[in-house]
Design a protein around this ligand. Structure first.
Ligand code: HEC
Ligand code: HEC
Length: 263
């Protein structure tokens, strides 16, 4: 294999526009990347659409190589070879994937849908999202921080999270593909003196559980002192059906989250 580390420093893909390399790259992509970035690189539940020519982290081929080799620290984008796929891809295979990504890019920017300004009003107002979610340092902490979500997940995936909150939680993601350090499983307990508490699990071991309720109060409880302990993968997030939040309003909220992530 001639392609070595020197390739990474070089901004030149030795397989650029080679249809055979693109085909091989597509195959590699399906095995290593489609899980998060979707088939056809159109984006999936856990990774952004890579067919957009306007990318956030990687512009040149060399930057793409860098991102695919080293991952993106602080996000679930894994470094090559750390995603349970054995030793990972060779440099040649990475360049082939880049050839493939270039071949599916669409030059036209996605047309803006929804009003970010109205979405922001809804997020902090009538839709109550900020009760549980922090964006740019403002909001609640029961649910995950959402400042970057508009860049790391597709519009469709965010919409699905709002319409069907428990779905992703129910998947039970494995460590390597988990997007939050915490899983947000729902815990309902009854204490020895009969008090009922419901919230998300922050930490848990065999003997104790630390949880946060909807008013962000934190409890550390010994399990053997509880009258009952129930853990479910039913989200604390309410299901927002179309009566609660119309398609148009949801589009605006997503436009807001995308605008924040693009900053
Ligand atoms: C476990 C899920 C996961 C896997 C597997 C994964 N990615 Fe990613 N990838 C992400 C996420 C999430 C981001 C966005 C990070 C962010 O900006 O928050 C990302 C970002 C990227 C970016 C940067 C996009 C931009 O706009 O700059 C590229 C390029 C990329 N991934 C390529 C790949 C390739 C190629 C593979 C397979 C070899 C792969 N990814 C595998 C989750 C994943
Ligand atoms: C009562 C608290 C609560 C409210 C209100 C709430 N959420 Fe959530 N949300 C959660 C919790 C807990 C999770 C994590 C578990 C899960 O995935 O369902 C979550 C998960 C999510 C996710 C998936 C995480 C991710 O990074 O993609 C998105 C997106 C989301 N919420 C958006 C919203 C939006 C938009 C609103 C307002 C329309 C909202 N939430 C209202 C508690 C809430």
């Amino acid at each position: 294999m001639a392609a070595t580390a020197t390739c990474a420093a070089d901004d030149h893909n030795p397989y650029a526009a080679d249809p055979k390399a693109g085909k091989a790259g597509e195959y590699e992509f399906r095995i290593n990347c489609a899980l998060c970035h979707g088939l056809g690189a159109h984006g999936g539940g856990r990774g952004p659409d890579l067919t957009q020519a306007q990318k956030k982290h990687a512009h040149s081929d060399a930057e793409l190589f860098q991102v695919i080799s080293n991952g993106i620290p602080g996000t679930v984008m894994p470094a090559n070879g750390t995603n349970g796929q054995g030793v990972g891809m060779t440099d040649e295979e990475i360049w082939q994937i880049i050839t493939y990504i270039r071949s599916v890019e669409v030059k036209a920017p996605a047309k803006p849908a929804g009003s970010a300004a109205h979405g922001k009003e809804l997020f902090y107002g009538d839709a109550n999202c900020s009760l549980c979610h922090m964006v740019e340092g403002r909001g609640g902490r029961l649910g995950p921080e959402l400042t970057g979500v508009g860049g790391s997940r597709t519009r469709e995936a965010i919409i699905d999270s709002v319409r069907n909150p428990s779905r992703r939680l129910a998947w039970g993601l494995t460590e390597a593909t988990k997007e939050f350090p915490q899983e947000y499983e729902t815990v309902a307990v009854v204490t020895a003196d009969g008090k009922e508490i419901k919230g998300v699990a922050l930490n848990e071991d065999n003997f104790s559980v630390q949880m946060m309720d909807a008013s962000e109060q934190i409890f550390l409880l010994e399990k053997d002192e509880l009258r009952s302990f129930k853990k479910t993968r039913e989200s604390m997030m309410p299901t927002y059906n179309a009566d609660l939040l119309s398609d148009k309003d949801l589009e605006d909220v997503v436009a807001y989250l995308v605008s924040v992530a693009a900053k």
